[in-house]
Design a protein around this ligand. Structure first.
Ligand SMILES: Nc1ncnc2c1ncn2[C@@H]1O[C@H](COP(=O)(O)OP(=O)(O)OP(=O)(O)O)[C@@H](O)[C@H]1O
Length: 738
């Protein structure tokens, strides 16, 4: 069931193959197992027990035991009685072996069938009525775990002496039945693990394709976590294989009950039990990533109780507890929860093997000892299980197909953190990122991509533009904020917490356009968008984002066949699918995009001032059009940070009035304009009056003056290009303009 579901989710298509697997695993396999069990065990309530059978003789037979002061006496007697509630058989106990012998030879002569003396030195002597059988079990320790072995010898003794006991099941047939069961179990487990192995390989292959890691980072699964998950899974596969080997060995040992060396049991069953826990924990946690009421139900009702039951029953180790656990497992196995069922069954198997106790399959498969499940009940459970799991599979499949990813259950939304993120204050403190170039393990040079950069982003809704020359450290700064680049020194703090402390909530809320295009070359535009929507955990408002970026006619085009600009547009469209981001990080989004799409992007960003947006661009017009604040970096150092107006005020030469007048200074002085703070320079053989920003009130007066003197003029307002070029040319370090 689990494996079928896995495959169905993996292919994300209701293909015939995924259907076939689901039907096989969800429906046919349990039916086959149940039918074969029902057939194999038909009429047998206790096939593993030593078949002492019914007592036909009359008067009643007695089983006599001695001595009562032996420390093993009670254990033996209790087990004997609980295992073999034989009708018409009475149990007699004697204080000493002499009493027992006396009774056998006298009063009990007519109806005592066997006497057992359990000595303090752990020897069991079996006395038969005619005293021919006197078997010392010198090699056997009479403890719980060896009771079946003793019974077996006892039975041989009885048979040898032609007592009138009739067996309902032949020992050999019980053993072959058991072997058949083992084989069925082994094949069942190996099929499940085989399919899980295939799915791991497929997931790995998908993740390795192109650059999907980057998106995993954005969606909150960083590479380390992802690989740890995979490693854990591989470990599980290995333990699962040892589990199968364990079953074979354990089965072999069980077939020779009484001579079991139980070394294999703890070696193989405990890891296997843990492997179940891990495997299903992984599966459950993958569901938890996108929790809603339905997945929540399946996770908690379907999977988690298994671990509890498993752990408890391992800890408690009481036969009755294990029996109940077993029963739960058997009911659940063809029913609702394979994980819980398998946990229960393996716990019981572990118990019975460790203690060498025959928790018989009769007990496994019955409500009450002696009554098998009716066939109709088994089939009903199977159909029910099939219906539930198929519906669950289709539900998740449908969610993915229609791109409506299950919405996060409100319990798991971590509202507090989300709120916190919405009111965040992002601080970059003394950030240094250095890259060392090494040769023969020696550092030969160091690139200071970021050098002691400190920025405080106070306004949580502003659009901040990062302008700098190539290689100035913009992308490195973004990576550090994203948490994918570890600072050499310094820190990134979001409400006093580092990105790592926020874990995946931090990333999950971001809308990111990376500098490089991420494309899945063989995907169509729609495939890529839907894949990314799933990774991002978004519903995917495909039509609207495609329309916004002018890609509505390219839905079914292969991504690698799109032009560079169209691929870039697809990246932007992908980022737009994030419906309520807490931060947007756009690294040169408009690079290579035509003016029309750029305008769409601008319009989109202008209307979406719902969170902090960080944007790098080489297009100054874009920064001027969009940004509330601007950051200028030069060679890894912060040069300036502030509102556009602030930057212009402090770094530009101010307004420039270009005139035809040969000596504008004289004209202005003649008109009583204070020229003290004005600059008069020549540019392209023209006279230019530079009016500092803080003197902008003087501009109308100067223009009026030129007009009165009939001097042609042209005014140039301060712009970012000018500021940027000036900064790049002249800034040699020193004071930061903030
Ligand atoms: N992984 C790396 N290893 C070594 N040096 C690196 C690495 N990443 C970046 N650098 C160097 O750090 C500096 C800043 O790089 P970064 O990519 O941040 O610049 P940028 O401002 O984004 O440039 P561009 O505008 O060209 O994208 C560059 O000199 C670059 O060569």
């Amino acid at each position: 069931m689990n494996a079928g579901l896995h495959l169905m989710l993996l292919t994300r298509k209701r293909s015939p193959v995924s259907f076939a697997f689901t039907i096989i695993f969800a429906f046919l396999l349990p039916i086959i197992v149940i039918l074969s069990m029902s057939t194999l065990f038909k009429g047998q309530t206790d096939p593993f027990a030593v078949p002492l059978g019914k007592c036909k003789a009359d008067p009643c037979y007695h089983l006599a035991f001695s001595p009562t002061n032996s420390p093993y006496f009670n254990i033996f007697l209790q087990n004997f009685q609980s295992f073999y509630k034989l009708k018409n058989v009475n149990y007699k106990t004697f204080a000493t072996q002499a009493d027992l012998q006396y009774y056998l030879e006298n009063d009990g002569k007519t109806h005592v069938v066997v006497g057992l003396d359990i000595a303090i030195d752990k020897k069991v002597t079996i006395f038969s009525r005619d005293k021919t059988a006197n078997v010392g079990l010198t090699d056997q320790q009479i403890m719980n775990k060896n009771v079946p072995g003793v019974y077996k010898i006892l039975q041989q003794t009885l048979n040898q002496n032609n007592f009138e006991f009739h067996c309902t099941a032949v020992d050999a047939s019980a053993q072959s039945t058991k072997l058949a069961l083992m084989t069925t179990q082994i094949s069942m487990f190996s099929m499940v693990y085989l399919v899980q192995g295939i799915s791991i390989v497929a997931i790995l292959a998908k993740m390795k394709d192109k650059r999907s890691y980057e998106y995993l980072v954005v969606s909150g699964l960083n590479r380390v976590k992802f690989f740890s998950g995979i490693l854990l899974y591989v470990f599980i596969e290995i333990t699962a294989s040892s589990f199968i080997v364990g079953i074979i060995f354990a089965g072999f040992n069980m077939l020779h009950a009484g001579a079991a060396t139980n070394l294999f049991v703890p070696l193989f069953f405990i890891p296997s039990a843990l492997s179940f826990c891990f495997a299903f924990a992984l599966f459950s946690f993958s569901l938890l990533q996108s929790m809603n009421t339905i997945t929540l139900f399946f996770t908690f009702v379907g999977f988690f109780p298994g671990y509890l039951i498993l752990i408890l029953s391992i800890l408690i180790q009481k036969r009755d507890v294990v029996k109940i656990v077993n029963l739960i497992g058997q009911i659940l196995l063809p029913g609702m929860s394979p994980a819980t069922a398998l946990s229960c069954v393996s716990a019981a198997a572990q118990y019975s093997l460790m203690n060498d106790v025959s928790l018989s399959f009769g007990e496994y498969l019955t409500f009450k000892k002696g009554d098998s499940y009716p066939l109709w009940f088994n089939i009903l459970l199977s159909v029910f299980s099939f219906a539930i799991y198929t519906w669950f599979g289709l539900y998740l499949d449908q969610c993915m197909k229609s791109q409506t990813h299950p919405t996060t259950h409100k319990f798991f939304q971590r509202k507090r953190i989300v709120d916190e993120l919405n009111n965040r204050k992002l601080i970059v403190r003394n950030l240094q990122v250095h890259f060392n170039k090494k040769k023969n393990c020696k550092v030969i040079s160091t690139v200071r991509a970021l050098d002691n950069v400190s920025i405080t982003f106070i306004n949580p809704q502003s659009l901040v533009g990062l302008v700098a020359q190539n290689g100035a450290g913009k992308t490195t700064l973004f990576k550090a904020i994203l948490g994918t680049q570890r600072p050499t020194q310094g820190s990134i703090l979001l409400n006093d917490k580092s990105p790592q402390e926020y874990s995946h909530e931090y990333y999950r809320q971001m809308s990111v356009v990376f500098q490089e295009n991420i494309i899945f070359s063989k995907f169509t535009v729609m495939d890529q968008l839907s894949f990314m929507a799933n990774v991002m955990g978004e519903k995917g408002n495909f039509d609207s984002v495609l329309e916004l970026m002018g890609l509505e006619n390219f839905k079914n085009h292969r991504v690698d066949k799109l032009s560079g600009g169209q691929q870039r547009r697809l990246q932007i469209a992908t980022s737009m699918m994030r419906t309520a981001p807490t931060m947007r990080i756009y690294d040169e989004p408009a690079c290579g995009v035509d003016i029309e799409s750029r305008k769409f992007l601008w319009k989109y960003l202008k209307t979406k001032q719902d969170c902090l947006t960080l944007l790098t661009t080489h297009i100054m017009e874009e920064a001027e059009e969009l940004c509330d604040e601007v950051i200028i970096l030069k060679e890894g150092k912060l040069v300036a940070h502030g509102s556009l107006l602030f930057i212009k005020q402090n770094l530009s030469s101010g307004y420039e009035i270009i005139s035809d007048a040969p000596n504008p200074k004289n004209i202005l002085q003649a008109n009583e304009i204070n020229v003290k703070n004005l600059k008069f320079v020549q540019k392209d053989k023209k006279e230019v009056v530079q009016v500092p920003f803080k003197m902008q009130n003087e501009v109308p007066g100067i223009l009026k003056c030129f007009k009165n003197e009939n001097v042609q003029n042209q005014i140039i307002c301060p712009n970012l290009t000018e500021v940027f070029l000036k900064v790049c040319d002249s800034w040699e370090g020193g004071e930061i303009v903030e």
